[in-house]
Design a protein around this ligand. Structure first.
Ligand code: ADP
Ligand code: ADP
Length: 226
């Protein structure tokens, strides 16, 4: 059973050309799936439909065995990691990671246990009292992932998380995300327009063009059969 199944997904904004046109992709459990293509090809729209921030015009979105077409984002148990990381500047790293647990009414001991476990995995345990403003870009990214981990989300969704970084940091973060994803073994869907990211990060790459799925293959297959 796939972790995320997109079945003949269509998205129309108004009467125009569909932004997403009959796209079917199955993301396997633990898989790192890349959605790549030029600006305007529909990749963010597709990601937003997975997370529930955008209605589906036609088709089915299935997470695990559950059809989620009409489910609100908070009922989908997914974790979106945003480009700007959406951290709270006035809260410590600890409280930033704890935030979703506090929201859900977890006890102090449960919060503490989960925050400490996540920050250990992410090598943030020495920075728990710091504020996001004093962290490097890479550390901030890890705090954002920590917040996703403590929610026991079924999948991570990334929307161009590295596009605002300079080339050097982008290279470092790429390595870091790939490493973390494998260590956590969590199903991941990652949107980018960057060919290098697509070819180095993913287990499989879904290539979109004008809303249509052109190819769905491993980077190796795409190299040998572009
Ligand atoms: P990408 O993420 O690949 O750059 P998008 O998914 O953002 O592409 O956009 C796909 C198409 O849908 C584009 O033609 C874009 O102009 C259009 N689009 C995206 N969001 C909206 C919206 N809220 N209203 C109308 N059209 C939109
Ligand atoms: P509020 O209910 O005050 O708007 P939030 O928007 O922070 O609070 O969160 C509402 C619900 O949305 C949370 O319980 C959680 O399940 C979900 N949620 C929060 N952040 C994310 C995220 N990054 N990705 C996916 N779902 C999220």
């Amino acid at each position: 059973m796939a972790a995320i199944t997109m079945k003949n997904i269509v998205k129309k904004y108004g009467d125009g050309f569909p932004a997403v046109n009959d796209v079917s992709i199955d993301v396997q459990d633990g898989e790192f799936m890349i959605l790549v293509g030029p600006s305007g090809c529909g990749k963010s729209t597709l990601l937003r439909m997975i997370v529930g921030l955008e209605d589906i015009t036609d088709g089915d979105m299935v997470i695990g065995e559950r059809k989620v077409n009409d489910l609100a984002p908070r009922d989908r148990n997914l974790a979106m990691v945003f480009q700007n990381y959406a951290l709270y500047p006035h809260l410590s790293v600890y409280e930033n990671i704890a935030f979703p647990l506090r929201l859900a009414g977890a006890s102090d001991s449960e919060v503490d246990e989960k925050v400490r476990a996540a920050s250990k995995t992410l090598e943030l345990d020495e920075h728990l009292e710091r504020k996001p403003g004093n962290l490097s870009g890479g550390q901030r990214q890890r705090v954002a992932m920590g917040r996703a981990i403590v929610r026991d989300a079924d999948a991570f969704l990334f929307d161009e998380p590295l596009s605002n970084l300079d080339a050097k940091l982008r290279g470092q973060m790429r390595t870091e995300i790939a490493r973390l994803q494998k260590r956590l073994g969590i199903t991941t869907v990652y949107v980018t327009h960057d060919q290098t990211e697509a070819m180095t990060l993913g287990d499989r790459v879904a290539v979109l063009k004008r809303g249509v799925l052109q190819q769905l293959a491993s980077p190796r297959e795409l190299y040998t059969n572009p």
